[in-house]
Design a protein around this ligand. Structure first.
Ligand code: SF4
Length: 458
């Protein structure tokens, strides 16, 4: 009987990319995905620690699986991701002895595969697995990580982070920055395309540091050029950028390579120099302002997305006002706003006083949110009457849903299957977060939509 695996995933796109690698290995040894934990022979929890809430949720899920493990002792329970961390955690292993396999972030799942093949007198080796199960390269199915994700798939290109922003736990959990070899990335992208993926999102905590840890290594612009040549791939995006590492070469690649989409995710986090210094971000507001002008000069069609943290320790009313003014001045397409909360283990949690009240954080959040809503709406209205190319990802509430090159969400009606098509849509409605319109002309058609293997999305 076919054995089954079940994934429970929380966190960022990097976690989805890692989970897909592991799922691919499981597929190669004959396992198939299931949406139901109770049906599974292997359950893998892919965890996030960026906020306390995410960590609590993962431990809650782990606890809830204990009775199932007691009833099914042959069930393999695996934990992976940021909770495990690159150094592993002996304390965790002692607290949760019913977990069989612990896997750090950016794992390829080797320890899990070895565990599953134990007892079959099988020394783990990829070649042997191919012979044993008669599976050819590229046959493994790419699991759908969430709706539309087998049209657009995340691909990790830089693991870890060597920065030390004072509010961030990621470097401790994901370890120092490691560039993934270009050949591995291209093989993965080719395999994804062969399985129906039309767009890849190249991921790194600081994606534009790609290659910086290798003497004379390729940079992100080189990587974009190589991935751009993968036949059958329609679109490439990359995130997240850091203001200090976004070079003109990267921007020229975005400008000159038609399949690289003009969407830049470059967080500033705060609009005040003193707060930026306390965050140890490594740039000033003026540096950032110049960068935005440079991006708009080189890639005028680009959509720029930003992240902001409000209520960082010591943030005064006046300092917050500078952030507000900056957003008003630079008019981003999208801003992800977060209220500061101290994360255990970070420098800001250890050394800084979380002295902005929750009410004040909420107030600042709403002020920025409402400002950004107006800006986004104004910018979205500029698309009214225009025809945009939409890569269709899925159907949502009876309407087709996809994205423009700038990453704008577009809805439209249409009878037949459009999944994976690039459709010209004339925009007739603009809201702050999405557009809708009428399809004009179909550009391409993907003959076979990939089979979806459900993973639990939280
Ligand atoms: S750049 Fe800063 S915020 Fe981003 S992952 Fe690294 S330490 Fe965290």
């Amino acid at each position: 009987m076919t054995k089954k695996y079940h994934f429970w995933i929380s966190g960022c796109q990097m976690n989805y990319a890692d989970a897909r690698q592991v799922a691919n290995r499981l597929e190669r040894i004959g396992y198939r995905g299931t949406a139901t934990a109770e049906d599974a022979d292997v359950i893998i929890l892919q965890t996030c620690t960026v906020r306390q809430h995410a960590e609590d949720k993962a431990f809650g899920r782990l606890q809830s699986l204990k009775p199932l493990k007691e009833i099914k002792p042959d069930l393999t329970l695996a934990m992976m991701g940021c909770i495990v961390g690159v150094k592993g955690d002996e304390d965790l292993k002692a607290r949760y002895p019913y977990v069989d396999v612990w896997m750090p972030p950016a794992t390829d799942g080797t320890s899990l595969i070895s565990h599953l093949l134990q007892g079959e007198d099988q020394i783990y080796e990829e070649q042997n697995i191919h012979h044993r199960y008669d599976i050819q390269d590229g046959e493994a199915i790419v699991p759908a990580q969430k709706k539309g994700m087998n049209i657009s798939a995340p691909v990790a290109v830089v693991y870890g982070c060597s920065h030390a922003c004072t509010f961030c736990i990621i470097p401790q959990r994901r370890g120092v920055e490691r560039t993934r070899p270009i050949g591995d990335i291209v093989s993965e992208v080719r395999s994804l395309v062969a399985q129906g993926v039309r767009e890849v999102v190249l991921l790194g905590q600081i994606v534009d540091r790609y290659g910086k840890d290798i003497p004379d290594g390729p940079d992100l612009a080189d990587l974009l050029r190589v991935v751009h040549d993968v036949e059958g791939l329609e679109r490439i995006r990359f995130l997240t950028s850091h203001p200090n590492y976004m070079t003109d070469q990267i921007l020229y690649a975005v400008r000159d390579l038609p399949r690289v989409m003009p969407q830049i995710e470059v967080p500033i986090q705060a609009g005040d120099d003193e707060i930026l210094a306390k965050m140890k971000r490594g740039y000033t507001v003026q540096d950032y302002r110049q960068l935005i002008h440079r991006i708009r000069e080189i890639v005028p069609s680009s959509a720029i997305h930003n992240d902001i943290i409000v209520g960082f320790p010591g943030e005064s009313e006046e300092q917050f006002r500078r952030t507000y003014d900056l957003l008003e001045e630079l008019e981003f397409d999208k801003v992800h706003i977060a209220r500061y909360s101290p994360r255990t283990g970070t420098v800001s949690a250890r050394r800084m006083n979380d002295d902005v009240s929750e009410d004040e954080k909420r107030k600042r959040f709403h002020l920025l949110d409402s400002l950004q809503k107006d800006i986004s709406l104004r910018k979205m209205a500029l698309w009214l009457g225009k025809t945009v190319e939409v890569l269709v990802e899925d159907k949502h509430k009876g309407r087709w849903r996809g994205r423009t090159p700038q990453g704008k969400l577009v809805f439209f009606d249409g009878g037949r299957n459009r999944r994976g098509d690039i459709v010209d849509v004339q925009i007739t409605y603009a809201g702050p977060w999405s557009l809708s319109g009428v399809p004009a002309e179909q550009k391409t058609h993907m003959s076979q939509a990939s089979e979806s293997i459900p993973l639990t999305l939280i």
